[in-house]
Design a protein around this ligand. Sequence first.
Ligand code: FAD
Ligand code: NAP
Length: 524
Amino acid sequence: MDKQVLWDVNKEFLTINEWHEYIENCLENPEDSKAICNINADDDREFDAIFFGGGAGGRFGSAYMRAMGGRQLIVDRWPFLGGSCPHNACVPHHLFSEVAAELMLARTFSDQYWFPNMDGVVTNIKEIVDLFRRGRNGPHGIMNFQSKEQLRLEFILNTPARLIDNHTVEAAGQRFKAKNIIYGPGASPYSLNIPGADLHGVYDYETLVEELDYEPGNTVIVVGGGKTAVEYGCFFQATGRRTIFVVRSKILKLIRDGETHGYLVDRMKEVGCEIWEGSEVTEIEDDGEGNVGRVLIKTPEGEEIVDTDFVFMGMGENPRSQHAVDVLGVKARNDGAIIVNDKLQTSVPNVYAIGDVIGGPMEMFKARKSGVYASRHIMGEDISYTPKDFPDFMHTHYEVSWLGMSEEEAREKYGKVTIIKMPPENDDGLDVALPASDRMMMYAFAVPRMSGFQKLIIASESRKVVGAWHVGCGAKDAFQFLNVMVKKGLTIDELGFFDELFLNPTHFIQLSRLRAGLKQLEDL
Ligand SMILES: Cc1cc2nc3c(=O)[nH]c(=O)nc-3n(C[C@H](O)[C@H](O)[C@H](O)COP(=O)(O)OP(=O)(O)OC[C@H]3O[C@@H](n4cnc5c(N)ncnc54)[C@H](O)[C@@H]3O)c2cc1C
Ligand SMILES: NC(=O)c1ccc[n+]([C@@H]2O[C@H](COP(=O)([O-])OP(=O)(O)OC[C@H]3O[C@@H](n4cnc5c(N)ncnc54)[C@H](OP(=O)(O)O)[C@@H]3O)[C@@H](O)[C@H]2O)c1
């Protein structure tokens, strides 16, 4: 809602708690709240850029521009800076994934040691969603405090922006001009265009945290097979509900390493996930009162009808590019992503685009870095940025991290590759406590097959690490740094002589050391 009334905070000092309270008020009473204006009237410089959207890309790009001596202005429709990640995407996903991991542990050890009997226990989904909703505004308060008092960003919040031309943005009834526009309004979830898709009881990651107002029953339908579908679906499943993943092609296609993919899918099935591949939801039927009642699913075997009151759509995201296409004529691809060059420039002079609106990878590192690179270019640096060779991660009930090539891709490219993995190749089933590592120790000793999987892929001739895959817990941190070293040409010999902090989540260092002495590498 466009707001004409401004609250000028520029000369005020707001504590984190005061920000927290104000943000809460704005979100609870959007009609009564004012737009928040933090513009320094004493600075008569022209803005170097207006950031349309103050999410991951807009905030980091702004901070960098300020740091380089530039002047920026962010306009965001929300009363806080930081965007969708802390409000309805990454942060709730991490809470739900942590709950999924805790519940899998509790169910695996039900009625043993100190664990309660979980037989037939269905835990609340809404309670956890409410927990997130209650807690999310505190971090928003920190972001606003940090942005204003520490990073000295200028911004207008709590009111939508409108593009006028390639130098002008309108917000709260005023027009603001800048040398450049940096467009970063993010993306919104896709929805199935089928009968019943608008019924009460159909959710996506946004509406789940904004609108869930009842406790779902005992059967959940999840549509999709990528990160969002699997992360949320594993949470629903871990609460004790029958959870059916309806996947039009194959689940977890993004896990390109066949063995890692197989391990993940086996464990999902073992704990009870139902995965219906090659299947599509064709209709969602009303229960007679405007709620989801049952779902019709076309499977390779024929049509199935499932009674349920809860459908979750995790089918990817639609870049919010239409406004820039309509007003400025920026060029976009068929999937809606705005086309940019390696300087983040669109087809329209002085208009840059950053973050999810330029398409995949739709991840925080890319959103933040693209904002920063656009700023650096505007501030006169000769930069080039195209995201590639980045590490990646997601959650099932486990944390999954990877970088570089799959084993199949490496064999195709290099011919001879060396594989180091845990558990080792074993045709006999595996009933011993490996891999054993932090947060996986109970599984390692009681149900070893559930204690994770890890694999390092080495091009045998050059001895360089070309891929790494990890299922378990706690390896994500290491993968951020390992990826940098792999891109610099890390060899098994170098890796084998790092100093490990034993036990650690990945056993790559010590296992590499066991093989590094060999002139002709062998698998382990
Ligand atoms: C379920 C889910 C989980 C995820 N988990 C992770 C994760 O764990 N790790 C990770 O790296 N990535 C994760 N991502 C991806 C990550 O959230 C995005 O890549 C990132 O938030 C994109 O940043 P952005 O700046 O492009 O957009 P956003 O952060 O969405 O910012 C866009 C901003 O534009 C504003 N805006 C939009 N329209 C207007 C308008 N008309 N006027 C004014 N303001 C406007 C919005 O209010 C918003 O603040 C996840 C995504 C999803 C969907
Ligand atoms: N880092 C994280 O933990 C994290 C978490 C969540 C999201 N994200 C990011 O956010 C973005 C969106 O993630 P996402 O998992 O929602 O999307 P995604 O990776 O694009 O996966 C979409 C899934 O939905 C399916 N699908 C798409 N259209 C469909 C349709 N019309 N009918 C049925 N199924 C359909 C796809 O099937 P096909 O495979 O057959 O196409 C695929 O399984 C991605 O860039 C992702 O990386 C990151």
